[in-house]
Design a protein around this ligand. Sequence first.
Ligand SMILES: C[S@@+](CC[C@H](N)C(=O)[O-])C[C@H]1O[C@@H](n2cnc3c(N)ncnc32)[C@H](O)[C@@H]1O
Length: 311
Amino acid sequence: MSVAGWYSEFAAREARGVSPVYERLSRAVARDDEVLALLETVPPAKRQPHLLFGVVRLLGGPAGDPAAFHDFVLANWPRIEPELGSRATQTNEAGRCALLMPVLATLRQPVALLEVGASAGLCLYPDRYAYRYGDHLVGSGEPVLECAATGMLPPTRRPEVVWRAGLDLNPLDVTDPADVAWLDALIWPDHTHRRDRLRAAAAIAAADPPLLVCGDLVDDLPALAAQAPRGATLVVFHSSVLYQVPSDRRAAFAEVVRALDGHWIANESPETLGYEGLPSAPDGALHNVLALDGTPLAWTRGHGQAIAWFG
Ligand SMILES: C[S@@+](CC[C@H](N)C(=O)[O-])C[C@H]1O[C@@H](n2cnc3c(N)ncnc32)[C@H](O)[C@@H]1O
């Protein structure tokens, strides 16, 4: 797909109905020959909307006015290009715990959680957040993670977590202002609720930090998994990570995770794990697939805002 096509697709399938600011901006970039020409000069993986928009916002650029965005990108390209080169999107969305909950509830408790591609580790606290599935509230306190659920009974309790560890090529630290600035820049500009959620989840993580290890999800997973306490159910999980991993490494990862003594929860775009025979998605918006031990179970939305269990 052309770079213009990516930006049009992002507008239509990810931002539409979710972020009017990014829908308008990505449609404008798709028609902006000068910005597209600059993007053509960086490697394909660095041209994606999430990354460009996050870097521009990190550098203090505008997102709400496409003309001002254009001017900022042209004037500041020498600052933007190295940031694109050195960064990957690391959005850490605690809201995705609302998607893990129904599966975690089916597993033998207590659980030892190991997240690959953990970013700052905010998805390692499903036992500390509160959830609202329609009228059904689970847990108490902040943040409250809202999730529109169809085709399933909401979970009735939170998991019992006795160990939490994360693996990431570049772990982020919620107590480091520079890392928090990057996490903040990655939140879409009109998503105040997600910014509030980041603050609340970061406070929880800062008070009881997880074990976060710098490493690769294939090469370094077995050694970290070996540190999990015996007597707890090991759960290796990941969300919105495999699109950043080359396909041969995805296959290697699946082999490594299947060889572990535990369970595997994946919440990833459908093409990354090559599922066959999936039912139709609820609509044309971009959906991930939630799977347990390689079996697909539900369609999910990117920030944890909806889950549609397969019939
Ligand atoms: C989009 S973020 C998602 C973070 C988190 N899973 C969530 O759902 O909020 C993807 C993360 O995967 C990490 N990542 C990408 N490739 C990786 C690899 N080969 N091994 C470990 N982490 C990786 C990135 O550094 C980034 O922090």
